[in-house]
Design a binder for this molecule. Structure first.
Ligand SMILES: Cc1cc2nc3c(=O)[nH]c(=O)nc-3n(C[C@H](O)[C@H](O)[C@H](O)COP(=O)(O)O)c2cc1C
Length: 386
């Protein structure tokens, strides 16, 4: 069995360690006058900007054996389609996992964008289909569609994408989309159909994933809970006569010893304000079933980083350190690899890993942890472009 391992490209700026909250890298943080004076950041022509930094991370991950990277897409990030195109010519085998909410793109336009990116990169584009978490973040994009309708729209979008890829004129009459004799240019329809990772934990998400996804992707949850979720999505997909694999997106802190790893977490935790700790997990989670599952382990009172450990080497406080999903793995190189192996035993076929700072940690995790994960594959030999 082979396990595909991806890294993550931090499109939201990043600090130099889990202990800092200031995104110093590149020109992301405009208030960084100290670094600007030294000529280390800037956005004028010829200066090193944040996208140059992302290219360094992609290179590091490629060299260290990762298949590619997930390029997150939130209101306050760079745009992943554009970042992929920019990084494509700087890398050779690195694959670009592009998250996007189908509702925000016309499916015929998306098919053309994808096929063009496949041509430009030698088939290195793949999707993380996301469907949005409701609440203020959804309204930020101007989308007030209800939760289950969003998934209905996602399913129709993927129906059309698949139909178009056959290369024949394609018509579709759905609730959200209608197309009449749509067609991709012949050269484009010959490109590889993108591999589809699919995120979402609700029943509506599982129904849509079972119809269209190659990989069902989840944040880390308590291991038994995750096993049940993977079993459920595999069963649902099987009923449709299809197969699906499963993947976990998880942050890690891996160090030579367990003590050093927890020290990194402890120092990050101790740098937080009391208010940040009190408000932890109490924000507006929108209508996301996945987000509700993420916060399910929050203890009533949090006095120490240790209160957030809910299984051996599993810590639920990552959101405090760098925002985003909150459950991750902390331990020695061997322990992190063992936990990943356990996730493989319970049904994972792929991982998207991350750690801060993504540049140095890509080397560390690639060199020290990946070789210990049973069945992990090195970066694929794809058609190299650029
Ligand atoms: C692994 C993973 C990655 C995600 N990445 C993004 C992202 O980049 N941008 C985004 O807006 N939402 C992202 N989401 C959230 C999904 O869009 C969606 O809000 C969430 O899964 C809610 O669906 P649910 O109610 O079915 O759980 C991600 C979710 C998961 C599980």
């Amino acid at each position: 069995m082979t396990i595909d391992i991806f890294w993550r490209i931090p499109t939201h700026g990043e600090p130099s360690s889990h202990r800092s909250k200031t995104p110093h890298r590149g020109d992301w943080f405009p208030g960084n006058d100290r670094l600007r004076e030294r000529g280390l950041v800037g956005s004028d022509e010829g200066e090193f900007n944040y996208i140059d930094y992302l290219a360094e991370i992609a290179h590091a991950a490629e060299i260290s054996g990762f298949q590619g990277g997930l390029i997150p897409s939130f209101p306050m990030t760079d745009e992943p389609w554009i970042i992929s195109a920019a990084l494509a010519r700087e890398t050779e085998t690195f694959r670009f996992m592009i998250p996007f909410q189908p509702g925000f793109l016309n499916p015929v336009t998306a098919a053309r964008m994808t096929a063009t990116l496949q041509r430009a990169t030698g088939g290195r584009a793949l999707y993380n289909v996301i469907t949005g978490g409701g609440g203020p973040a959804q309204l930020w994009w101007g989308d007030s569609t209800g939760h289950d309708d969003r998934y209905g729209r996602t399913t129709e979008f993927l129906d059309i994408l698949q139909g178009l890829w056959k290369g024949e004129p394609f018509s579709y009459q759905g609730k959200f989309y209608q197309v009449d004799n749509a067609r991709l240019a012949e050269a484009l329809s010959k490109e590889d159909y993108p591999e589809i990772y699919f995120s979402g934990s609700s029943d509506a998400a599982l129904a849509s994933a079972s119809k269209h996804a190659n990989y069902y992707l989840s944040w880390l949850e308590p291991f038994d809970q995750l096993r049940q979720k993977f079993d459920r999505v595999k069963e649902k997909t099987h009923l449709l006569g299809r197969k699906i694999k499963c993947a976990v997106r998880v942050d890690i802190v891996a160090r030579p010893t367990e003590e050093e790893a927890w020290d990194e977490v402890r120092l990050g935790f101790e740098a937080l304000s009391k208010e940040a700790i009190q408000n932890f997990g109490r924000g507006d989670g929108g209508d996301s079933a996945g987000a509700a599952r993420q916060w399910g382990n929050r203890p009533e009172t949090i006095n120490s980083y240790k209160d957030l450990i809910f299984e051996p080497n599993v810590w639920s406080g990552f959101n405090l350190l760098r925002g985003g999903q909150t459950n991750g793995i902390v331990g020695s190189y061997e322990q992190v690899a063992e936990r990943l192996d356990q996730l493989v035993q319970l049904g994972a076929d792929a991982f998207i890993l991350a750690s801060t700072p993504h540049l140095e940690e890509a080397y560390r995790v690639g060199e020290e942890v990946l070789p210990l994960v049973r069945g992990s594959t090195s970066a694929p030999a794809l058609r190299a472009v650029g």
